[in-house]
Design a protein around this ligand. Sequence first.
Ligand code: A2P
Length: 346
Amino acid sequence: MNQRPHVAVVGATGAVGIEMIQTLEKRNFPVGKLTLLASARSLGKNLKFRGDYHQVTELTKNSFKGVDIALFSAGGSISREYAPIAAQAGCVVIDNSSAFRMDNHVPLVIPEINAADIASHQGIIANPNCTTAITLIALYPLHRAFGCKRIFASSYQAVSGTGAKAIAELERQVEQVARGITVTPEVYPHQIAFNVLPHIDSFLPSGYTKEEMKMENEGRKIMHHPAFRASVTCVRVPVYRAHSVAVSAEFEKPVTVQAAREVLKAAPGLQVIDEPSKNEYPQPLYQAEQYDCAVGRIRKDCAMDNGLCFWVSGDQLLKGAALNAVQIGEALLEQFKSQPEPALAV
Ligand code: A2P
């Protein structure tokens, strides 16, 4: 792998794509060349990277010649169609969609948890679901220390998780309510302004949604914990940015608040904000645009043995998407650097 790789961003004009470009810049990712790809609708748009404007070009089957790393965030159907083409062209795809996450040949990675899995990739590496990523940043260190059997959780998910159109929908509806005119839902099935919707992704025959089952399915794969169980209710809330999750976790071993706090304080990518007497706890408003997630409201669960409750918030456009993808790219370069040079034939 070229240590100054040619990087492509697929879905560059979207809510996550924009964050990917900014995260590459802010983290000084050693981009040798940048290609920005979106639909024909975005032709003529220019996006800034390191002080220069880069033209957005249309995604086609030929977009990946010479590209080393492609960050995809243009939805599942685009990933399903173009990620294999990109991998075939020799680039490593880091895919933010759910298309390949549960594929046995595709590592599903949160670098703080299972960076070593990257080495087994065959051209595609998957970025986890945003709510799963934010939850596991706090849950995994507790699992390592106390052995997590199962969780019960409710999420409070920001509209930017649905994309740029949903941010515009919340803005429009807030104004419609303020002006006393008819509210027009387009992206969501119901009004999202001044409301909460216990409905994210499509419903399954079990009554859970697909989004809700990602926590158990992806959690098992990322934590290498096939017996992990998760009962989740995912809720869309009228928050612009950053998801929160209320978690009740049951452990194999007894767990005290003090011991849990020590574990969480030492965990990578996580701040502990937990001073109830000062009204201090994680809030999405303040987690927006932060790389680290934050955990608080840590307490013994009063309804189960070896149980712990906590509340975790994190910027889902960053740790739940763009930041995690760029961190995978960083780990990929690092792994390549540490590989021995192939012996020269004599
Ligand atoms: P475009 O802006 O040209 O429609 P979001 O999740 O915020 O809605 O963003 C989705 C991203 O995926 C955008 O960058 C969007 O580009 C891109 N996208 C959607 N459909 C296609 C397509 N058919 N080909 C390439 N990019 C697409």
